[in-house]
Ligand binder design. Structure first.
Ligand SMILES: [Fe+2]
Length: 440
């Protein structure tokens, strides 16, 4: 398996404490905040956890930059920056499926922030508890403009189009089949590497994304820490007007700078954005019979305070071998106390014969019945079982959350929905013939 192809240098190792300098000597030796920093840089700490969190949960990074972040203009409300980034207010337990986000939704030039569309939200970012699902489309790069989110971490899942993400801590390449996590507070801008781009975003107001515990699986398998890549320090010294967009309490604000905020010459710490190539995921599964719960495919989790209960899990369904004997191999019919938002990056998902297309999505909310469609049930009930690879060209994913999503008006607009979705189960037939046991 090849490493991610990129000329951008990256650091490896989930949860590591990194130290990186674009100019040798930019990081002070022996202390974090000396009376005078090397080269006349300013020292600034970015805290991703409360100061007093236990050591294993304590997240912070020291930045050594040309100008401190505090030097910026007046903050003003800016809801027009992303008109479809809204709070969800509608509830329905109906099973829903969406068509891919239409690129023509925005007729003019649209960058990554302008092209944000919220599907649903739950909780309150001002109490730092909850989750949100957004989509994005873009056909232009962010020029002299950046964004940061005070409300939580963003897990970005590109579906079409490569991105070059410039963050305060350095550059990250991001392509379909990879994911990025941009932690709360980190400024970034998105350049398009292709004509257009589209994808999904899971936002957590609660805590941070982390690797799941492996329990009885042992010390190997699923996503390996060494396959997570972090940026090296990369700075630009530009005295140009710059616009910063801030998401704060679910609302957008704007302020100006007279210089590029990407002026961090060196940094050290364990709070930083990262990318991960989903093809590196090492799946485990049943090797004799029955279908395991999808939690076996968890890449990252955002834990709640209840052991084993995630605020949200990020789960993928990668290409893999299916070997189970005398088993209905597609996902089983089920009702779940969690809420499942699924997306498709490429290919065909094995539980749906048609209708669930790349760029589209489905939502099966708490206790709403779902499962394979009638065509898939029929086929999988009669197929001859032998070891076989599935999902060869396919990559589906799920945001599985313990929260109930309130949907936006955009999400419930029939224009964006596959309004015939629930028909996929209506031709399921009664198969049992129990007349001998009938009670008169
Ligand atoms: Fe499900």
């Amino acid at each position: 398996m090849e490493k991610p192809t990129s000329t951008i240098p990256l650091l490896s190792g989930y949860g590591s404490y990194f130290e990186t300098e674009a100019i040798v000597g930019a990081i002070p030796k022996g202390q974090n905040n000396p009376q005078k920093c090397p080269f006349g840089l300013y020292a600034e700490q970015l805290s991703g956890s409360a100061f007093t969190m236990p050591r294993e949960k304590n997240l912070r990074t020291w930045l050594y930059r040309i100008l401190p972040s505090v030097k910026h203009g007046k903050v003003v409300a800016a809801p027009e920056e992303a008109p479809f980034l809204t709070e969800g207010t509608n509830l329905t337990p109906e099973r829903l499926r969406w068509k891919p986000l239409d690129y023509s939704l925005f007729e003019k030039s649209t960058d990554f922030i302008q092209g944000l569309v919220t599907v649903g939200t739950q909780g309150d970012p001002t109490s730092r508890d909850g989750v949100a699902v957004h989509l994005y489309v873009a056909n232009s790069s962010m020029e002299n403009k950046c964004f940061f989110n005070s409300d939580g971490d963003w897990l970005i899942v590109p579906q079409e189009g490569g991105l070059r993400v410039q963050t305060e801590l350095g550059l990250l390449p991001l392509h379909p089949g990879h994911i990025a996590v941009i932690p709360r507070g980190v400024k970034f801008r998105v350049e398009l590497l292709d004509e257009k781009a589209r994808g999904y975003i899971c936002e957590v107001y609660t805590g941070h994304f982390e690797l799941p515990d492996l329990g009885l699986i042992g010390s190997n398998g699923l996503a390996a820490p060494r396959d997570f890549h972090y940026p090296v320090a990369y700075y630009e010294e530009k005295e140009v007007p710059f616009t910063v967009i801030q998401k704060y309490g679910g609302q957008l604000f704007r302020f100006s700078l007279d210089h590029s905020p990407f002026d961090v010459v060196g940094w050290h710490g364990n709070y930083a954005p990262f990318i991960y190539d989903l093809s590196r995921f090492c799946p485990v599964n049943s090797v004799l019979y029955d279908h395991m719960d999808p939690s076996i495919f968890t890449v990252l989790t955002c834990k709640s305070s209840v052991p084993g209960l995630a605020v949200v899990d990020f789960v993928i369904f990668p290409p893999r071998w299916m070997t189970q004997e005398h088993t209905f191999r597609p996902p089983y019919f089920h009702r779940n106390c969690m809420t499942e938002y699924m997306g498709l990056i490429r290919g065909i998902y094995d539980a749906k014969a048609e209708g669930f297309v790349p760029g589209g999505a489905s939502l099966h909310s708490m206790m709403s019945a779902h499962g394979p469609d009638a065509t898939t049930f029929e086929k999988a009930s009669h197929m001859e079982l032998s070891p076989s690879r599935i999902g060869e060209e396919s990559l589906a994913f799920m945001f599985e959350t313990s929260r109930v999503l309130k949907l936006t008006d955009w999400a419930l607009d029939p224009k964006h929905l596959d309004v015939h979705y629930i028909e996929c189960w209506q031709s399921l037939k009664k198969l049992a013939s129990l007349s001998l046991n009938k009670v008169d």
